[in-house]
Design a binder for this molecule. Sequence first.
Ligand SMILES: [Zn+2]
Length: 101
Amino acid sequence: MKKLKEIKLNDFQLNVLLNEQEKEEYKFLLQDNVYCPHCKEVCEDGIEVTENILNWLNDILVKGKCRKCGKEVNRFIELGEDKEFFDRANAFRRSIGNLKD
Ligand SMILES: [Zn+2]
């Protein structure tokens, strides 16, 4: 597979890219399922998102800060394995000139 470029997604782009179910999954994962290596536990207060990146596998890498300690945390949202999402992500890439056929 050809390596895709990383793209930083703004809030608008993220909103367009995810379907309703994926938006729920995104919220759920960020609320209760981000491990903070500093607190050595799941961020119980959630995280403050600083960046959303569509990575080379069409997964979304969320970068943020633990609301409890303020340290950097990362969470992969593994959507790229879903063929339907993968195709939608590539269509999005084409729409912004990031991917050529
Ligand atoms: Zn923390």
